[in-house]
Ligand binder design. Structure first.
Ligand code: SF4
Length: 336
C-alpha cells in the first residue's frame, strides 16, 4: 500500500540539547511550533481526504515528540486524532529520542491512535553517540525498540552515516544492530554539515571531514542491500531537498537524488558481477532489464553504462517487458 505523510514540524521541541549535526529550523525551514490551526491547515489542504489505497498518517517530525511539554503534546495529539475520526487520516506517526520512551508515554500514544514511532538512533556505537552529543546510549535504542514493538506500534529506526568519530565499519555495525532489532522501517541519512551546528565549527577547525559523495553512495548502497535482504523497508535515504536546506548547506555528501544514485550503483554492480561470473569480460554483451530499471543501468549522465564499458566496451542495454523489476539477463552477443 502507498503511504503519505501529512508532516507537521515541531522543530527541536523537547530536545534536551543540540546534537552535533542538528539544526531543525535550518533543515526544515520551520521555526514556529505548530498549534491546532496549523494541523487543521496541513490536514485539510493535503488533498488526502477519503483517498483510497493510501495509508495516510499525520506525522510529527523534527523534534523529540515524546519529550515536549505534556499538555502541549496531548493538545497536538488530540487535534490529530480528531482528523482520524473525521476520515482525513488513518494514523499518527511521531519521531523521538530513544531515551524518551517508557510505558506511560506509550499508553498515552496508544490512546490517541498513534500508529508508528520512529527513533532517532543515529549510531549504535557508544563513542559515536557521545562524540555527537546525543546524550543516550545504544542500550536505550534496544530497550525502547523492544518496548515499542511490544505495544504493537510500527517501529522505525533512523541512522546517520559518516558522523563525527564514525567509520564505515561503525556504520555497518549500526545497520547490523538495527537488523537484530527487527524494525519495520529504516531511514538512512548521510551526515551533512548545516550552518549553525557544532559540526560546522568542527569542520571549520579542520577536525571533521564529511564523507565524499562517492563514498557515501558506496556505503549507503551496501546498507540498502543489507536491510533489503533482511526484509526491512528503507523508506528514506538522504535529506529532502528544500529551499532552507540548500541555503544552509555547508558541506557533505548531499545530492537531490541520493537514493537513486545508490540504487543505480546496486544494479550496475550486479551487472558487472554477472559479467565477470559468466567470464564475458571484454566480449560483446547484451543486458536485458525491466523497462523500469533501464534508467538505473544507464545511470545519471550515462555514468552507469560507462562503468560497465570499462570491462565490456561493446555493451548494449535493452528493456525487456517480460522481466520483473530487479531481474536482469546478461548474455553474450553472438556474431550473426
Ligand atoms: S537530532 Fe533529534 S534529538 Fe538531536 S537536537 Fe535534533 S531533533 Fe533533537
Amino acid at each position: 500500500m502507498k503511504h503519505a505523510n501529512i508532516s507537521i514540524f515541531v522543530p527541536n521541541n523537547g530536545c534536551p540539547h543540540m546534537c552535533s549535526f542538528c539544526n531543525q529550523v535550518k533543515i526544515t525551514g520551520s521555526a514556529k511550533q505548530p498549534d491546532a490551526n496549523d494541523i487543521k491547515t496541513a490536514v485539510e489542504n493535503s488533498g488526502l481526504f477519503g483517498k483510497k489505497g493510501v495509508l495516510r498518517e499525520i506525522a510529527f517530525f523534527g523534534g523529540s515528540f515524546t519529550a515536549i511539554d505534556r499538555n502541549y503534546m496531548k493538545e497536538l495529539l488530540s487535534c490529530a486524532h480528531k482528523y482520524i475520526e473525521l476520515g482525513y487520516a488513518d494514523g499518527i506517526r511521531i519521531s523521538t529520542r530513544p531515551d524518551c520512551i517508557d510505558h506511560e508515554i506509550l499508553d498515552i500514544l496508544k490512546s490517541y491512535s498513534v500508529t508508528a514511532i520512529e527513533l532517532g538512533a543515529q549510531s549504535m556505537r557508544e563513542g559515536v553517540l557521545e562524540a555527537n552529543n546525543r546524550g543516550h546510549s545504544a542500550k536505550s535504542v534496544k530497550d525502547s525498540s523492544s518496548l515499542i514493538k511490544g505495544y504493537g506500534f510500527e517501529l522505525g529506526l533512523q541512522m546517520m552515516t559518516g558522523l563525527y568519530g564514525s567509520s564505515m565499519d561503525d556504520d555497518i555495525y549500526t545497520a547490523q544492530e538495527f537488523i537484530k532489532l527487527k524494525p519495520d522501517v529504516v531511514r538512512i541519512y548521510p551526515t551533512i554539515i548545516m550552518k549553525g551546528t557544532h559540526l560546522e565549527e568542527l569542520y571549520v577547525l579542520g577536525e571533521y571531514t564529511p564523507m565524499t559523495l562517492n563514498s557515501a553512495v558506496d556505503l549507503c548502497s551496501e546498507l540498502l542491500c543489507m536491510f533489503g535482504s533482511n526484509g526491512i523497508d528503507v523508506i528514506r535515504v538522504g535529506l529532502h531537498s528544500s529551499k532552507s536546506m540548500t541555503q544552509n548547506f555547508v558541506a557533505g555528501p548531499w545530492h537531490p537524488s541520493f537514493r537513486e544514485l545508490c540504487e543505480n550503483k546496486i544494479i550496475i554492480d550486479r551487472c558487472i558481477g554477472i559479467i565477470k561470473k559468466l567470464r564475458l569480460t571484454n566480449k560483446p554483451v547484451r543486458i536485458l532489464v525491466s523497462p523500469r530499471d533501464l534508467s538505473k543501468v544507464v545511470g545519471q549522465r550515462r555514468l552507469g553504462i560507462e562503468e560497465i564499458k570499462k570491462i565490456c566496451p561493446q555493451v548494449e542495454v535493452k528493456p525487456e517487458s517480460s522481466l520483473k523489476l530487479g531481474n536482469l539477463i546478461v548474455e553474450e552477443l553472438k556474431k550473426s
